[in-house]
Design a protein around this ligand. Structure first.
Ligand code: FUB
Ligand code: ZN
Length: 679
């Protein structure tokens, strides 16, 4: 028999979990959360075929070697040799350089989980050895500050990315332990974390990093080691934002940006540092440090924001921090209701700081950094885990397939830093010195499997529809193997076959995406023309069942599952016309197109000579759907009849937004004028 359960008694469960945590062992690896869901780690999920399989292959064969080659050529590894005293050449690059090699290595470690590649493994191991050889006696490990002995290690915390490097080292080290099974790198991370812990904290130095990241990494380190002090340190860095508890902190009021004159005799380096210091006050309000996090709305640098909001969700999941849960939900509403692009992109160019702009101020020639989309994906994932609600996975999926995926070329070796929704023609770049976006893409793509499922004691949630196989550990040593067959996002048919290790009572909970229920986003920021949804078909072992989700956005299919049981979901995928909230001026009179989770755009390669700014689509025009396996790695394209400036009919072709600029450079737009029905 099949029935649906609502999540009841959640409050009671939380209280019980909090009570239990007081007696639980403090040193269990991968400490489970106090509340919300636990992830199903990417190492347990194999994506084969379908949409992601070929991308993982390209990632392994092209992106990872390309990234490591570029990083080695740019001196990211010799910087560690220099710090270890075994290299006489120059220190190269920026104070955040270490972070980039850590992200690429993290990506390589994920990839090695799925592809046997002794050569790559050797290369990774050798780079890791060179990195840890630079670690100082006291655990400190940032090449820039080891080599530049005259610099204060924890000097200008808000400008020099010390803890941003540190956080990426911790994240990579946790994955090295999990995926490669060795202790050496994780031990180095512990020594470094202990060094950080010896400097910062209550009664020690009160300060917070300008570029957040270390906070979420400390939660990972806590889970991997069971050391509660790392969770406490995360909490400290969160609490410290917007406060001035210690003497090191400068006032927080944001002031005007005053660029200093160069003083005679100042070296380039001295002048650069003077400019940074001068920009400190101006930047205060732009890096989530102007007031306590729990009082903030979505403000400032969008990459930093995504990371710190992730940590807020984590701290609420792993400790008793209801104030952070409340605040991060408020911030989420602010982002999703006022400050997010239809592709899930975050960050306008309004303040020239890669950050959020004013509510509804969403111009289409914009910033939307790839790293901001990635941080957004990580944040939405954690919100989903904290709240066990599908709407967060909706935004995660939207960002993943659109604003994030556009950051990397289909070939795997060209990148965008900015992902605007309208362009006169942009060029993807092979690489760039400070390679935050390419290396972040190198680590997020192979993590997609880990975003697909989540679980708690009674429920197994299916968040992403991805072809492949997962093995999920359940309570009491039981496991269930889940095989997903799907051609998503090109069609909405998904077949799940379950193989539990023994018959198990469990609710398997497929997410019913918001887009299938008539909402492109979980707010009124964007809306479909037709809000009524087409019937969703759901079958268990071939028998029809109700596909209407519960309030949490999932259908809870509870039964004794046995090997070979199947769930078949069919989400109809009509093309939707999308409109913006009337307060988004940039999109007045404009429409965009979506099908399933995919946002479409028009680009010159398919529409040669068309001036999109003078073209419109009649409100009544039919839109044809065609899958073209040979185009752009296989995409579903849309075709419609538009009108040019003289009202002459023209054929318009739209491709998925993520696939733009994989051919010749040329104009592109997501939003296009719509001719009213009466015209
Ligand atoms: O500073 C490190 C990274 O570089 C930031 O996250 C990005 O916005 C870029 O500025
Ligand atoms: Zn970036």
């Amino acid at each position: 028999m099949i029935w649906k359960t609502r999540r009841t008694c959640q409050a009671a469960l939380i209280i019980a979990a909090v009570a239990l945590s007081c007696t639980a062992s403090p040193t269990r690896a991968d400490e489970p959360p106090l509340r919300g869901l636990d992830e199903v780690n990417h190492s347990k999920v194999e994506l084969q075929g379908g949409f992601w399989g070929p991308r993982l292959k390209t990632h392994h064969e092209v992106t990872i070697p390309h990234a490591l080659n570029c990083l080695e050529a740019d001196g990211h590894v010799t910087n560690f040799d220099k710090a270890a005293g075994v290299y006489d050449g120059p220190l190269r690059g920026h104070h955040a350089f270490d972070s980039d090699i850590y992200k690429a290595l993290e990506g390589a470690l994920y990839s090695l989980q799925h592809f046997k590649d002794p050569e790559l493994q050797k290369r990774v191991d050798s780079i890791l050895d060179r990195i840890v050889a630079a670690q100082q006696q006291d655990g400190f490990l940032i090449s820039y500050f080891i080599v530049n002995k005259d610099l204060e290690r924890w000097g200008t915390m808000r400008l020099e990315h010390q803890l941003y490097n540190t956080g990426h080292f911790f994240e990579m080290a946790v994955e090295d332990k999990r995926l490669a099974g060795r202790d050496k790198i994780l031990e180095a991370a512990r020594r470094f974390a202990d060094n950080v812990d010896s400097v910062f904290g209550p009664g020690k130095r009160y300060d917070a990093p300008g570029h957040e990241e270390v906070e979420l990494a400390l939660v990972k380190l806590y889970r991997a080691t069971g050391e509660k002090k790392y969770l406490d340190l995360c909490r400290f860095f969160l609490d410290e934002r917007g406060h001035a508890h210690g003497t090191e902190r400068k006032p927080f009021t944001a002031g005007p940006l005053v660029v200093p004159q160069r003083v005679e005799g100042q070296t380039d380096e001295e002048y650069r540092r003077a400019r940074w210091h001068a920009s400190l006050r101006w930047r205060n309000g732009r890096m989530q440090d102007h007031k306590p996090l729990i009082e903030q709305d979505a403000t400032g640098h969008a990459v930093r924001a995504g990371y710190v909001y992730s940590a807020m969700a984590d701290i609420a999941r792993f400790s008793d921090a209801p104030e952070y849960e409340k605040a991060v939900e408020r911030i989420w509403n602010d982002v999703v209701s006022h400050k997010m692009y239809i592709n899930g992109g975050l960050g306008t160019a309004q303040f020239g700081d890669e950050g959020f702009g004013d509510p509804y101020l969403l111009p289409n020639r914009t910033y939307c950094e790839s790293c901001a989309a990635i941080a957004g994906v990580l944040w939405q994932h954690r919100m989903n885990l904290l709240k066990a609600e599908a709407k967060y996975a909706d935004v995660m999926e939207l960002t993943l397939y659109n604003g994030m995926l556009s950051g990397i070329a289909i070939s795997g070796d060209k990148f965008f830093y900015q992902n605007p929704l309208e362009s006169k023609g942009s060029e993807r770049r092979n690489w760039i010195g400070l390679s935050c976006c390419p290396t972040n893409l190198a680590r997020i793509i192979p993590q997609v499997g880990g975003l697909a499922y989540a679980k708690d004691k009674d429920n197994l949630y299916v968040n992403l529809f991805v072809n492949g196989e997962a093995t999920v550990n359940l309570d009491g040593g039981k496991t269930v193997r889940l095989n997903q067959e799907t051609n998503y996002p090109w069609d909405g048919k998904v077949k799940l076959t379950l193989t539990p290790s023994q018959a198990s009572e469990l609710a398997v909970c497929p997410r019913i995406p918001g887009w299938a229920l008539g909402h492109p986003v979980p707010s009124d920021l964007y809306r479909f023309e037709k809000r009524e949804s087409l019937p969703i078909s759901l079958k268990v072992n071939g028998e029809k069942t109700d596909g209407t989700p519960d309030e949490d956005g999932y259908v809870h299919l509870q039964r004794q599952w046995k090997p070979g049981d199947t769930i078949e979901l069919d989400l109809p995928m009509p093309v939707h016309r999308v409109y913006s909230h009337e307060n988004i001026q940039a999109n007045h009179g404009k429409v965009s197109l979506m099908r399933g989770p995919i946002v479409y755009c028009f680009e010159a390669a398919d529409n040669p000579g068309v001036d999109f700014s003078k073209t419109s689509i009649p409100k009544t025009a039919d839109i044809q759907v065609e899958h073209r396996a040979e185009l752009l790695g296989g995409v579903t394209v849309l075709q419609t009849k538009g009108l040019d400036e003289q009202n002459n009919p023209i054929t318009l072709t739209a491709i998925p937004y993520y696939a733009w600029t994989n051919r010749d450079k040329g104009p592109m737009t997501v939003w296009i004028d719509e001719t009213p029905a009466s015209k």
